[in-house]
Write a protein that binds this ligand. Structure first.
Ligand SMILES: Nc1ncnc2c1ncn2[C@@H]1O[C@H](COP(=O)(O)OP(=O)(O)OP(=O)(O)O)[C@@H](O)[C@H]1O
Length: 243
């Protein structure tokens, strides 16, 4: 049954990419106003799931609803912000020209430009060409684009990759502030240290959901002292079951 306090509700989601089935009947829900971490080994299906949520991935069967509407519905376009793994940035434009271009495409207010520059901490390079940015700065421009128009759901594919620990901490602070204001965030990550900053964790393995718990709940369920260890234990256990 659909719970209307869920921002995302997927049931029996099956996705094929090419000839291969990569998601095998996932049931996933993401409660409104929470920061939910999407974790799992490389190739486990995190990006594919995110693409399905934003309506960019053809599904073979199952349902995916976002705010009670089918994923990809027109009415969701301005309610979801998506940051892909590869930076969506024009090299021949400055930071603020990039953000302003996407702001106008989205029909977001002019005041969004300064707000977003501030939120992603790019004030000192706002007039610099994107071609001259570091990898971490480029990914923050992409994150800024996802924040334009104040979306209610943010789907962020590894937003902190390539960032130093201080910047990562600042961005997780921003995610927590956004969630406190009612925004829902689904954030994929390879960095297990980031797991403890989430309200809830989804762990994918080979296209199957193998854990859906709070960070503390996962530690308790596995008797592990940190999330690296907890995930390894779950993955080992699931591997044994699958073998
Ligand atoms: N365009 C494609 N055609 C066929 N198979 C694909 C395609 N893109 C991804 N896959 C496969 O789908 C599976 C899931 O990939 P996906 O990118 O969703 O994983 P991921 O968990 O996001 O990985 P990573 O952490 O490395 O980004 C992998 O086995 C991958 O090889």
């Amino acid at each position: 049954m659909v719970n209307y306090s869920d921002a995302v509700h997927a049931t029996g989601l099956v996705v094929r990419r090419g000839r291969t089935e990569v998601l095998h009947g996932l049931d996933v829900h993401v409660p409104v106003g929470q920061v939910v971490g999407l974790l799992g080994p490389s190739g486990s299906g995190k990006t594919t799931l995110m693409r399905a949520l934003i309506g960019a991935q053809r599904t073979a069967s199952g349902t995916v609803e976002v705010f009670g509407l089918p994923a990809g519905h027109r009415a969701l376009r301005n309610r979801i912000g998506y940051m892909a793994q590869s930076a969506a940035v024009y090299d021949d434009l400055t930071v603020e020209q990039n953000l302003d271009y996407f702001r106008r495409v989205l029909g977001a207010p002019a005041s969004d430009l300064d707000r977003v520059v501030e939120e992603v901490g790019l004030g000192s390079v706002r007039r610099q060409l994107a071609s001259r940015l570091s990898g971490g700065q480029r990914s923050r421009v992409s994150l800024g684009i996802a924040l334009l128009g104040t979306p209610e759901l943010l789907v962020l594919d590894e937003p902190t990759v390539g960032l130093d620990p201080l910047l990562r901490q600042e961005l997780w602070g921003l995610f927590a502030r956004l969630a406190a204001g009612g925004v829902t965030l689904l954030v994929s990550s390879h960095v297990m240290d980031e797991a403890r900053r989430c309200d809830r964790l989804l762990l994918l393995r080979d296209g199957r959901l193998v854990a859906d718990d709070t960070p503390a709940g996962l530690l308790a369920a596995t008797s592990a002292s940190d999330h690296d260890e907890a995930f390894l234990r779950i993955l080992e256990r699931e591997g044994e079951v699958a073998a």
